[in-house]
Design a protein around this ligand. Structure first.
Ligand SMILES: [Zn+2]
Ligand SMILES: [Zn+2]
Ligand SMILES: [Zn+2]
Ligand SMILES: [Zn+2]
Length: 637
């Protein structure tokens, strides 16, 4: 993602919103301002001359003003009393056979109930007294009964297992049916099979490199609309704060019957497995509310997660390899497999350290100093840290250096993770795609941007899937879209937003040729494809006197009457697709929309209305295949 070239617009001050969450006030803003104000001009000059991230972090940590903050851990703990209250509310609903409402209360009780652990838990286990049931186990067992009546057998069985694990007496016989449905996300097959080098991408994709464009994706063979191009798990992912209550922290799946963190009551998981594999949360748990209160952006959370998902020893073992330079050529010269879970692949994504202003770097450093101070309050550094909050050990400096690099990488390489919200069952009316978090996908990050996207993204949990939305011939660039699509946003604004966030001057075909926005597209002038060389034949379809149009490129005559006839057919196909969408027949709609795109691609060059309507409809159908939440009417049970 993003070119390696020099910053084209070096004078914009654009760092702030990448670090602070503009919609969420917090104390970090004031903290940064106070530290910056306390800095003399000489000190700032000294900072601006520093050459390495390590020197910058060391310099900032030694400023007395950064320690004028009292960092405390606080988090929402468990409460046996609240759990009991919720459980009793659940029992009342269960007694009235209102199982959905009972499920809600029991879930709240499960989340609030203290989870036995450590010494206390060992004692209970050893005493093996069936009367000493834990509140946690009781709440789970009650919830499993509600789930059973709701026919959610998979969750029901899982809750029974977890309750038994936490010392609920084994029932004499269990009346849970043996077969139950397990929900598994559907990850489609990559078009043409898996790429041997870039294992998250289709065989039809190749990654090229040049000095001007950096790394970018190219079609290794002809790509057709509907082809699955990338399926990738995130290297790291972070859930939006607003979604904590209904999605798994680890995999982002919705939590019908959540499994809580053992210590706090803010964080939920979809399963015991996800809880067990979330080392990051055992680190973040005591400081989570502090971090939220700081008002730091989701990018900063993602940066921190890149560190907290591994113990510090993981990074120390690699220390020799982690030099500060940016060497991107490595990927394309090196014929090794590009494994997206390989830390070095992440480490080598672009960060543009060289073209940052001192002010930008200083702002980032203060964020990192804050994060290090917060991490010092956790068990993360353990014996490798210093006990005191205003001293810093070499390991802490090293971690700060990593964080500073990650914060820059995240700016250019993070993707939004989303879910599609339907306003009612089986209807596209009012449906919208909503952000649920952010993630880093090392392979997807290699695709360059175009305002005329070639693929749409959707998600299963936090795993990304992309499909081609148009025909791409072998050898052509396969672009992605970084949230700036030409049909809906005016060129100056797109270019400004891209320069602001990603630091490049967009030069895609839509920007270069001033393609009109959807509302300004004029259907009377269209660019037909020459039947011989595919060269564009601009035609005003209102005034066609002679159907034979001569190609300026190759001199051939193309009879556009047959093309016009084909276009009439596409209108029919599109209408058919819309009918299938109205009936929510997704498979049929998808097939028709793909067919329509192919027909249009064979006749005309974009931009024109029908083409973008087709793509728009196709993207909606794709979104329904990923994370999907359907709003139910309140009265429904
Ligand atoms: Zn999960
Ligand atoms: Zn927790
Ligand atoms: Zn553009
Ligand atoms: Zn031609």
């Amino acid at each position: 993602m993003a070119a390696e070239r020099e910053d084209p617009l070096p004078h914009l001050n654009r760092s702030t919103k990448m670090i602070e969450d503009k919609d969420r006030p917090g104390f970090f803003k004031d903290y940064h301002r106070a530290v910056r104000k306390a800095l003399t001009n000489d000190q700032f000059n000294e900072f601006s001359k520093l050459k390495t991230n390590e020197d910058r972090i060391r310099f900032c940590f030694n400023l007395p003003a950064v320690h004028d903050i009292d960092i405390k851990t606080f988090f929402k703990g468990k409460s046996e009393k609240e759990a009991l209250e919720k459980k009793e509310s659940g029992n009342r609903c269960f007694g009235r056979k209102n199982n959905l409402e009972a499920l809600k209360y029991y879930s709240q009780a499960v989340v609030k109930a203290p989870v036995p652990s450590g010494k206390y838990w060992k004692l209970i286990k050893e005493s093996a007294d069936p009367k000493k049931m834990t509140m946690y186990a009781i709440c789970l067992a009650n919830r499993s009964a509600a789930l059973y009546h709701l026919r959610e057998y998979h969750y029901c069985v899982r809750d029974i297992d977890e309750a038994l694990e936490h010392h609920y007496p084994k029932p004499a016989s269990t009346d849970v049916p043996e077969c139950y449905v397990e929900e598994k996300p559907v990850i489609p097959e990559l078009a043409g099979g898996r790429n041997e080098r870039f294992v998250s991408a289709s065989k039809k994709i190749d990654i090229h490199y040049d000095n001007n464009m950096g790394r970018y994706a190219v079609a290794a063979e002809d790509i057709e609309p509907g082809d699955v191009l990338v399926t990738e798990k995130p290297f790291a992912a972070i859930l939006n704060r607003q979604e904590y209550g209904n999605h798994c922290q680890k995999c982002f799946k919705t939590t019908k019957a959540p499994i809580p963190c053992k210590k706090c009551s803010s964080v939920l998981f979809c399963s015991v497995e996800c809880r067990q594999s979330s080392y990051f949360h055992t680190v973040e748990c005591p400081i989570l509310d502090l971090l939220v209160g700081s008002g730091m952006s989701i990018n900063c959370f993602l940066t921190l997660r890149l560190v907290t998902q591994y113990p510090v020893s993981y990074f120390l073992d690699m220390k020799e390899k982690l030099t500060e330079g940016e060497d991107l050529k490595e990927t394309t010269n090196n014929k090794d497999v590009y494994d997206p879970s390989d830390f070095m692949r992440l480490y080598q994504l672009v960060c543009h350290s060289q073209s940052r202003t001192a002010e930008d770097l200083f702002h980032r450093c203060i964020m990192i100093v804050f994060l290090i101070k917060a991490l010092k309050k956790t068990k993360y550094f353990d014996s490798k840290g210093t006990g005191s909050s205003d001293k810093i050990s070499d390991v802490e400096i090293f971690t700060g250096t990593l964080l500073l690099r990650f914060l820059q990488i995240v700016q250019f390489n993070a993707h939004e993770v989303s879910e599609y919200i339907l306003m009612g069952p089986k209807t596209f009316d009012g449906a919208k795609n909503e952000s649920m978090g952010a993630a880093i996908y090392p392979t997807l990050a290699l695709f360059n941007h175009s305002c005329h996207s070639a693929q749409c993204r959707y998600f299963s949990g936090n795993q990304v899937i992309t499909k081609a939305v148009r025909t791409i011939s072998k050898g052509e660039i396969v672009p992605e879209n970084y949230g700036q699509a030409f049909p809906t946003k005016v060129k100056t604004q797109r270019k400004a937003d891209l320069a602001d966030r990603y630091w490049f001057d967009c030069n895609c075909e839509a920007c270069q040729n001033d393609w009109p926005m959807y509302k300004d597209m004029d259907s009377s002038t269209q660019r037909f494809k020459c039947h011989k060389c595919h060269g564009p034949l601009p035609v005003n379809t209102d005034q066609v006197l002679n159907p034979f149009i001569k190609c300026e490129k190759c001199g051939e005559q193309t009879n556009i009457l047959s093309t016009l006839k084909n276009l009439q057919n596409t209108e029919q196909t599109f209408r058919g697709a819309c009918k299938e969408m109205e009936a929510y027949n997704l498979e049929k709609a998808e097939a028709l929309l793909i067919e329509n795109t192919k027909q249009l691609d064979a006749c005309l060059y974009p931009p024109y209305r029908d083409y973008h309507l087709t793509q728009e409809a196709y993207m909606r159908v794709c979104l329904c295949q990923g994370n999907l939440r359907i709003k139910l009417a309140k009265a429904e049970e």
